[in-house]
Write a protein that binds this ligand. Structure first.
Ligand code: ADP
Ligand code: MG
Length: 468
């Protein structure tokens, strides 16, 4: 046994405790037991599998970083499951304050007293729910103009057990941080108050679980799990399929939780009123709480996110010019932006050359081209006006004559198809029209395309010109 390493583990524990607080430390970190250091990997033991997974995903990165700060040769972490680890460490730490070390292995197998109830109450929700990504926390979420409201609302829900608005409905285009915020809420609540049952899952998973429960005649268990949640989060509800009995089940669960004053958080890629496949009464109920949309990013936010990512990734020098270039050119969404940065770093490692502008353009050719090709609503309006021979101003005007109204609808339809703008955003660009007008236009053109071959051809041509 190496006393030096043991001393390091004690240092790491001290830092974990001050960073995460006594409650989290006692629940999750104190039960860990130091085993050994081997080939730069710190080996710890946890009393249960659940605990191991939890610690790895929630605290793993910090444990590793703290350890490396103590001893730079240590850059890996491994946690094994050892049923008595918790018991011993608690006992030893209580008696003399030092971290326990007992590697003899001649100990009776019994489960860790403190951990069992946590496991039992958490695992049902976890089994039904989807896994949480440890990277998606409030600390790693960069706040800008486009998402500050969503962030503030998420924080509010996570910080207090009081229910101020129900549901919280977050919506916005893909890759703009909805899932990140939901996971952050879940992590935060689980850490601050592990007794609260938080269930996070995608709408697809909810449907899958429900169908499975029906098949296995376990609907009672299904209902019980979801109705015992203190916080229920359902991600991407636009994927609820049309007129499905799962919608009905969801609605019952929803109402029951609201009646019990439990918090519900929903996300979608569009506003409640635009969820065409969701039944009208559910749709309208979803809009009763606080509805917040996450807008497209701006340059500052993109740059901030890149900087934050770099700081975390610990990659030495990175030319600021390249960062600005990326923030300027990759405008589609944050997921693509992150992907671009990762690819660039990987590329530079592979070819063994430092990152510069030239390499960036070479390595990200396809991505850059795709982002360039992204059409703006203004371009769509211009091309459509030209094609149908109307004035550009009529895209914004209140004129309802068929000769201008139809092309305007076509432009709205193309804006929905070819850009990532939301319906309200599109409406605003068309002379401040309401999003329901845009929705109606999209539907109308979709119908007409089926019956009016000439119009279908016009649209096809326009689309090709715009995308080409
Ligand atoms: P959505 O669920 O809206 O499609 P995600 O939450 O999956 O989007 O986000 C896509 C990626 O972008 C994730 O890796 C997420 O961590 C990252 N991301 C999104 N918004 C932010 C932000 N404000 N700060 C840092 N990372 C972000
Ligand atoms: Mg998502």
């Amino acid at each position: 046994m190496d006393q030096v390493y043991l001393g390091q583990w004690q240092q790491v524990c001290t830092r974990l405790r001050s960073e995460f607080g006594d409650a989290a430390y006692n629940s999750w970190l104190r039960p860990l037991k130091f085993e050994r250091i081997d080939g730069g990997v710190a080996h710890l033991q946890a009393p249960t599998r659940f605990m191991r997974d939890w610690v790895l995903s929630h605290y793993g990165e910090r444990i590793r970083a703290f350890w490396q700060a103590e001893d730079e040769t240590v850059d890996g972490l491994d946690i094994a499951v050892h049923p008595v680890a918790g018991r011993h460490s608690t006992a030893a730490a209580n008696s003399d304050g030092t971290a326990p070390v007992d590697l003899d292995g001649v100990v009776p197998l019994e489960s860790a007293a403190g951990a069992a109830p946590v496991v039992a109450s958490e695992s049902q929700g976890l089994r039904m729910g989807s896994a949480l990504d440890a990277r998606y926390q409030f600390e790693s979420f960069v706040v800008g103009k486009s998402n500050e409201l969503a962030y503030a609302a998420a924080r509010r829900v996570a910080d207090t057990a009081q229910v101020n608005f129900n549901p919280l409905f977050l919506y916005g285009g893909v890759g703009l941080g909805k899932t990140h915020l939901m996971h952050a809420i879940a992590w935060h609540i689980r850490e601050r108050d592990p007794s609260r049952e938080v269930i996070y899952l995608s709408a697809e998973r909810f449907m899958y679980q429900f169908v499975r429960a029906l098949r296995d005649r376990e609907t009672m268990a299904f209902k019980q799990v979801f109705r015992s949640a203190d916080v229920l989060m359902i991600d991407d509800v636009q994927f609820f399929s049309r007129k499905d009995s799962t919608q009905e089940e969801f609605f019952h669960t929803f109402n029951e939780l609201v009646d019990q004053n439990k918090q519900i958080i929903i996300s979608a890629d569009r506003s409640p009123s635009d969820l065409e496949d969701v039944e009208e009464r559910i749709r309208s109920r979803l809009g009763w709480g606080l509805v917040v949309d996450i807008h497209q990013t701006d340059f500052e936010l993109r740059l901030g996110i890149l900087e934050a990512k770099l700081a975390r990734a610990n990659v030495g020098d990175f030319p600021p010019k390249v960062l600005e270039f990326l923030a300027h050119r990759i405008t589609s969404n944050i997921r693509e932006l992150e992907g671009a940065l990762n690819r660039l770093i990987a590329h530079s490692h592979l070819v063994g050359r430092p990152i510069n502008l030239e390499m960036t353009q070479e390595a990200l050719q396809d991505l850059l081209r795709a982002n360039d090709r992204r059409v703006t609503i203004e371009e769509i309006q211009k091309k459509v006006a030209q094609h149908f021979n109307i004035r550009l101003a009529d895209m914004h005007s209140a004129r309802r004559a068929r000769a201008v109204a139809r092309p305007r609808q076509v432009a709205m339809y193309l804006a929905k198809q070819l850009t990532t703008r939301s319906l309200p955003e599109i409406g605003r660009k068309f002379g401040g029209r309401d999003h329901t007008t845009v929705m109606h236009a999209v539907k109308r053109i979709e119908e007409l395309r089926q019956t009016d071959a000439a119009l279908a051809e016009d649209i096809d041509l326009l689309r090709r010109m715009l995308e080409g």
